[in-house]
Design a protein around this ligand. Structure first.
Ligand code: NAP
Length: 339
């Protein structure tokens, strides 16, 4: 059994990682940190995690076999640095190790990268694209929630050269995607009964999507128009992705292409009809529904995930399973919470 520490258990992603670890037969949660809650019992601060006999500390004090960080960017790389230097495998849920270029990071995150020398060692934590590299890394750059859904939706078609290098991602997220911080636009009366687009001048997840789709074939990065929307639900992302087809393809062949692409991947599955996010609620699943708009000559793929699980904490655990040589689905085969 491996000992796991979570940095920043008090945010939505950190607490979801703790919840998921309760089901894991080979990982034991042995340390949790939190800034404002340091000194409190975990179950006192987060009653739904009362089964863990742990006190929240400011830093990870005892040795652990792996660290999951759920801090915001910049703070995350800084907190992980000593663990990385000690040779402990880490899964970072912030954006700090996702972009291969420190210049692109500075452009999108408005600050110099805190540890550019480590970028080459980090592996983008999407097992469907980087499984072998993940088995050999100690720095997992867990993808953003929107990029997880968008890249999985477009990767088989992009790799195959089926679509133009010009894609549109129209995505909706539940409110937990914005974290626990307070902001007027996330108040019940502001968000409920309303849907709105944001990030129209450029969202930080766009370069990640471009980077990963660009690695799939020898061509310049595709142009990606990414428009996120806020939806009044707690969890879930639905990404509807569009791209012009380069050649005709039947629905049967398209479906077979996607089924083959993910045949050996336990969590990413072609769904027979357009999936709702509810089917993924609390699970590590990504449900895909690829279709062809024959009249417009366009590929349309719908992807549904739970932003906190496959879009966050679950995917980090999936990657750690690979790092420790465990079956990828260990501890993560959970049915959805339904209805
Ligand atoms: N939410 C998602 O769906 C999602 C999905 C994938 C990845 N992520 C990433 O995961 C990370 C955590 O996201 P989240 O949604 O869980 O955030 P969150 O719920 O907003 O948690 C953030 C908490 O972090 C603490 N914090 C902020 N700055 C800190 C610092 N400099 N040092 C120590 N603690 C600090 C604050 O707690 P205090 O009360 O202690 O100040 C704050 O409440 C982010 O990097 C995010 O981009 C989020």
């Amino acid at each position: 059994v491996y000992r796991i520490g979570i940095i920043n258990v008090t945010g939505y992603i950190g607490m979801e990682a703790a919840r998921l670890l309760a089901y894991h037969p080979e990982f034991r949660l042995t340390a949790v940190t939190g800034r404002s809650a340091a000194g409190k019992r975990l179950g006192e601060f987060l009653p739904h995690l009362g089964q863990f006999d742990l006190t929240i500390t400011e830093e990870i004090e005892d040795s652990v076999d792996a660290v999951i960080s759920a801090l915001p960017h910049a703070a995350s790389a800084e907190a992980l640095l000593p663990h990385i230097q000690a040779g402990t495998p880490v899964a970072d849920l912030s954006a700090d190790f996702r972009l291969k270029s420190a210049e692109t990071y500075a452009e999108w995150y408005g600050r110099e990268h805190p540890a550019p020398q480590l970028l080459a060692d980090a592996v983008y934590g999407l097992p469907e694209l980087h499984r072998d590299d993940l088995r050999a890394t100690k720095i997992i750059a867990t993808p953003g929630c929107y990029p997880t859904a968008s890249i999985l939706a477009l990767a088989p078609a992009m790799r195959e050269g089926l679509i133009e290098d010009d894609v549109i991602v129209d995505a909706k997220s539940g409110i937990s995607g914005a974290g626990r911080g307070l902001d007027l636009k996330y108040h019940y009366a502001e968000a409920n009964e309303s849907v709105s687009a944001y990030g129209l001048s450029g969202h930080r997840h766009q370069p990640e999507i471009g980077q990963e789709l660009g690695l799939l074939r020898e061509a310049p990065q595709p142009s990606v128009t990414f428009v996120p929307h806020l939806i009044p639900m707690t969890r879930g992302i639905l990404a509807t992705c569009y791209a012009k087809l380069r050649r005709d393809i039947t629905l049967e062949r398209l479906t077979a292409l996607y089924e083959d692409a993910y045949a050996t991947h336990p969590f990413t599955k072609v769904h027979a009809s357009s999936p709702g996010t509810k089917l993924t609620y609390g699970t590590n699943l990504c449900l895909l529904h690829p279709t062809v708009d024959q009249r417009a000559g366009r590929l349309v793929v719908v992807a549904a995930i739970d932003n906190l699980v496959k879009g966050g904490a679950g995917q980090a655990i999936q990657c750690l399973n690979l790092v420790f040589g465990l079956p990828e689905e260990t501890g993560l085969r959970l049915p959805a919470v339904y209805p």
